[in-house]
Design a protein. Structure first.
Lengths: 266, 414
């Protein structure tokens, strides 16, 4: 059976648009609410990235940090995250879910137990921010055995030689970091430049799906439409924070934001 | 797990940067892979380059002020009545602590790589102060990340950094201490690695930073070896080297040159921060059996919960207030080359009182932890045992805390 992540890309391609990937933090601002948010955006998002909050995140900007700290403060544990994924899959079983986090959380759980749990709860892919290639070779292999995509990150600083090696060894989906930044930074490179870099990477192996992330908002998403997929994370986390601060319902607000994002890339 | 002889410990990691196959490594975001690799290539080249080493030694001698003193603490020796008690007064170094060695080397490397800006983290403020001094000396712009809690408790060093023209950026996330400062500094580097060099303030972080720092602070033991031979004609038959351990930069530097000696001749004792007596929190992952985890790019023993969230630490000394520990020390612990123990806040204060009562020496709260254990153990040791404590920081920065905890008479103005 084809991984639902690949199915989602196929579907988006058939509709002549990039796949829309969202990122929200599990447990933000509560276990129930983060599940409700996933449900409210699943109609418009093609792939859901679910953040595993960590308290020493070395690659996340302030918006995602705020969400992560909020979730940790509310007591979210890894097993709760698997429960959220499982419950979501009961609601929409074909929607692909990618967990994104830092390696220490997986390491403490144990690679194999973690992957078993992923498999059983319905996780389809993993992004581990601080487990780069080639350090991730073994872990990626273990993922493959469970039919879970291990998603490699590619950055503007990745050399051509390295790009080739990573892509050669990669699973069907990879993630291109748009610019030198933590998540949610202001886009300091023009969308044109980003697409140029993207095309250079895409050419290495056109069969691999490449999504672009970091710094994408409803203002910039429309200009990056030619990519296989686009990830919006910090802008969503920011909307949750804004909603909470103004005593509005994050579930409906985030739902609206994602619908808007979808409309921009149609 | 085995320690090799005649190979510098900093070079004993495997091809992926793991000491003993499991400590250290490079758990970093993809964006940092290239800048880290560039720094590795540069450092590996320069550490073998005679011209570069001469340049380093010139600055260490003329600017840092080496060698720092090696003195006998006669009064304390008489008072304790056991082993001979000596101190390597590393706080003599320009700026008042060992952090100057690492800062100087990082600025020299930054210059060679053509970077114009250098960023660094700091806990007690020493690493930041020294980096700001070195940056000024070498004409680099300097940004220092410091936890808001540490900014409040280490004001003298904050003022010094600003005076040197550095921008001090308060970090409000998490526990607002060193751990968060290091995270924020790494995040800044992720976003600015094309123009900016990063200096990690201790023997922590991705492998190359561990190596650069250890290489730099080893100046301490190079000096001590010469001084011991000058004093005793040879390396004493029973030598015990006590050092506080936070990230582990001063202790590693204090021990490095003696690594190949049998531990029955030269023993290394690392003293971690046990935190307040009544608190469960501490900054002593080696002493209290913390599990291996990943923090700031390296696998190490680290205080964490069962989910892998890094735990908050507590210590009177900002410089030791770190949940992890250098991979080098994890390696020295598991190979049993060094022994680790902890002293509490209260014990460090007791030692500070005792040292300042008998000697013209004012160790900061960090080395006061080492003094406590050394003085306690010295009592039971023979007269021909030579105990040396690295007094790696000066108490000037701690005067606020000392005044609050011990009263005015323990605070002298500089």
């Amino acid at each position: 059976m084809l991984n639902p992540i690949s199915v989602a890309f196929k579907k988006a391609k058939a509709e002549k648009r990039p796949a829309l990937l969202t990122y929200t933090v599990a447990g933000d601002s509560s276990k129930k609410q983060s599940l409700d948010i996933l449900k409210s955006i699943s109609k418009n998002a093609d792939i859901l990235e679910v953040g595993v909050p960590h308290n020493t995140p070395v690659a996340d900007g302030s918006q995602i940090q705020t969400s992560a700290y909020r979730a940790i403060e509310k007591g979210i544990k890894i097993n709760d995250i698997f429960r959220i994924v499982r419950d979501f899959k009961k609601f929409d079983k074909n929607k692909p879910i990618i967990l994104m986090g830092y390696y220490n959380m997986i390491f403490q759980y144990g690679d194999n137990s973690f992957l078993n749990k992923c498999k059983n709860s319905g996780v389809n892919g993993l992004i581990v921010v601080d487990l780069p290639w080639p350090e991730n070779k073994n872990f990626a292999k273990k993922c493959k055995r469970k039919s879970i995509y291990f998603i490699q990150l590619l950055s503007p600083t990745t050399t051509s030689k390295r790009l080739k090696k990573i892509i050669q060894n990669s699973h069907p989906m990879n993630y291109f970091i748009s610019m030198l930044s933590t998540t949610g930074g202001k886009l300091k490179v023009s969308p044109k430049e980003i697409i140029k870099n993207y095309n250079r990477i895409k050419k290495i192996n056109p069969k691999k799906e490449i999504v672009i992330g970091f710094g994408i908002t409803d203002k910039t998403i429309g200009k990056l439409k030619s990519a296989d997929g686009l990830v919006v994370g910090s802008a969503i986390c920011k909307e949750i924070t804004r909603s909470l601060n103004s005593r509005q319902n994050p579930v409906t607000n985030v739902g609206k934001l994602v619908r808007k994002l979808k409309n921009k890339i149609k | 797990m085995k320690l090799k002889k005649r190979v510098p410990v900093i070079d004993q990691g495997n091809s992926l940067g793991f000491w003993g196959g499991k400590f250290g490594g490079n758990f970093v975001p993809e964006t940092l892979k290239k800048p880290i690799e560039d720094l590795e290539v540069l450092f590996n080249k320069l550490k073998k380059d005679k011209k570069f080493i001469n340049e380093r030694d010139k600055y260490f001698k003329n600017w840092v002020g080496s060698p720092t003193r090696f003195i006998k603490l006669e009064n304390l020796t008489n008072h304790i009545g056991g082993a001979q008690i000596w101190s390597k007064v590393v706080s003599d170094a320009n700026g008042g602590a060992h952090k100057i060695y690492n800062a100087t080397v990082h600025c020299l490397l930054a210059k060679r790589s053509g970077k114009k800006i250098i960023c660094g983290d700091t806990g007690a403020g020493y690493a930041g102060k020294m980096l700001s001094m070195a940056a000024k000396k070498f004409g680099l712009k300097c940004k220092i990340f410091m936890g808001a809690k540490d900014i409040a408790r280490q004001q003298p060093n904050v003022k010094a950094m600003k005076k040197n023209g550095a921008e001090v950026i308060p970090v409000y996330s998490g526990s607002q201490t060193l751990v968060d400062a290091v995270s924020e500094c790494m995040r800044f580097w992720v976003a600015n690695c094309d123009t900016t060099a990063m200096c990690v303030g201790s023997t922590v972080g991705p492998a190359v930073f561990v190596r650069i720092c250890g290489w730099s602070t080893s100046q301490i033991s190079r000096e001590l070896k010469v001084q011991l031979i000058d004093e005793f004609g040879t390396i004493p038959k029973k030598l015990k080297l006590y050092n506080c351990v936070g990230g582990g930069s001063s202790s590693f530097g204090f021990w490095n040159e003696f690594m190949d000696y049998d531990k029955r001749q030269v023993e290394f004792i690392g003293v971690e921060a046990g935190g307040p007596k009544k608190s469960k929190k501490h900054a002593a992952p080696l002493t209290y059996g913390s599990k291996i985890g990943i923090l700031h790019g390296a696998a190490q023993y680290v205080n964490q919960n069962s989910d892998g969230q890094i735990e908050e630490t507590e210590s009177i000394s900002a410089g030791l207030d770190y949940p992890g520990i250098s991979p080098l020390h994890c390696f020295l612990k598991d190979t049993k080359r060094a022994r680790y123990t902890a002293a509490s806040d209260e014990e460090a204060l007791t030692a500070y009182k005792l040292v300042t009562k008998f000697e013209k020496l004012r160790p900061s709260l960090e080395p006061s932890h080492a003094f406590f254990v050394a003085l306690k153990e010295a009592k039971k040791l023979s007269k021909n045992t030579v105990v040396v404590i690295n007094s790696c920081g000066d108490a000037y920065k701690d005067r606020g805390i000392l005044k609050e905890r011990l009263g005015k008479k323990y605070v002298k103005s500089n």
